[in-house]
Design a protein around this ligand. Structure first.
Ligand SMILES: O=C(O)CCC(=O)C(=O)O
Length: 223
């Protein structure tokens, strides 16, 4: 069943031309206007499943990576690691190279479940750990060539709720989501080319958040 399409492409014709779930937390956003191509599933995992996965994620091989900006090496404000298919290395911002660690059983189970819900294929998962409100990621899109063209990305949240913002490349209002423990945000093809997103810093007291972004990779296996 799986494996007939290139990474990131639809496995079959889309089972849901309608959103999987209504986008429940839109703010500052006019649905008539220019909706972001995303779907938000607040209860993708049960609380118990999310708690168990959060505990598993504590055991992942977290690293403090650095990014090069104007010749200077700067610590990225979050911890990272990547798991996935062999040969699927991932370079972003022209300076951060992530090499895939072998899938853990729990992450692979989640990969299979997310693939069957979304009908997209994913070969890697980039794991991000936001230790507190000072950790963040600024406005960007994920358009690395290693993901192929028009990738879908599925983003699972564990732990603390943080604000996730999306806005069109061309400017305009942002759409704000509060990504909750156990939720899944699917960014459909086109989201990375036409929109930017961020998780801003916050001065409010906030606990640790773990984010798992499942992505296609052109070197990925097809099963
Ligand atoms: O943490 C998130 O929800 C988003 C992560 C993200 O945008 C990224 O890793 O490119």
């Amino acid at each position: 069943m799986l494996g007939l399409t290139a990474p990131g492409e639809l496995l079959n014709s889309p089972p849901f031309l309608q959103p999987l779930h209504p986008m429940q937390q839109l703010t500052l956003f006019n649905l008539e206007d220019n909706p972001p191509p995303v779907e938000y599933i607040p209860d993708f995992l049960t609380k118990a499943e999310a708690n168990e996965l959060y505990d598993h994620c504590q055991t992942l091989d977290w690293r403090q990576n650095n990014i090069k900006i104007m010749g200077k090496s700067i610590p990225i404000p979050r911890l990272e690691c990547m798991y996935g298919d062999t040969g699927c290395s991932y370079l972003y911002s022209k300076s951060v190279l992530l090499e895939p660690l072998p899938w853990t059983e729990q992450l692979q189970d989640l990969q299979i479940r997310i693939q069957s819900t979304t009908n997209y294929r994913f070969n890697i998962v980039i794991c991000n750990r936001y230790r507190d409100g000072r950790d963040s990621i600024g406005w960007h899109n994920d358009n690395e060539p290693s993901m192929g063209t028009r990738p879908a990305i599925a983003s699972l949240t564990l732990g603390a709720t943080r604000k996730f913002q999306l806005k069109p490349n061309s400017g305009g209002e942002s759409t704000d989501f509060w990504l909750e423990h156990g939720s899944l945000l699917l960014m459909r093809p086109g989201c990375q080319s036409n929109w930017v997103h961020q998780v801003p810093k916050t001065s409010k007291p906030v606990g640790e958040r773990i984010n798992l972004t499942f992505r296609p990779h052109v070197n990925g296996t097809l099963s």
